[in-house]
Design a protein. Structure first.
Length: 92
């Protein structure tokens, strides 16, 4: 949501995205090798992958802004149920 309101931002905290990759690498024994394709890449390649992932997430947020705003309002009210949020997502 923050990036939708401030599109000039690349990301709030770049350590978060690289931290996710590090945590996944720590759990590599639990994952399939092909799912860890970035592990053998260079840091620049990892940075490119993270930028791509951020751009995709940003696009999803922008494409679904109305639904996200409505769910945010529902959750902020404190009275929303999971069913209320599902109803917003499914357009009931």
């Amino acid at each position: 949501m923050e990036s939708a309101k401030h599109p000039q931002l690349v990301m709030s905290d770049p350590r978060e995205s690289s931290g996710l990759l590090e945590r996944l690498e720590d759990k590599a024994s639990l994952l399939k090798g092909e799912d860890m394709f970035w592990m053998n890449g260079e840091e620049e390649e990892k940075a490119d992958i993270l930028k791509w992932a951020y751009a995709e997430a940003d696009l999803l947020i922008r494409d679904n802004r109305r639904v996200i705003d409505e769910i945010s309002k529902q959750l902020a009210s404190g009275a929303a149920t999971v069913g209320d949020c599902v109803a917003v997502i499914e357009g009931w």
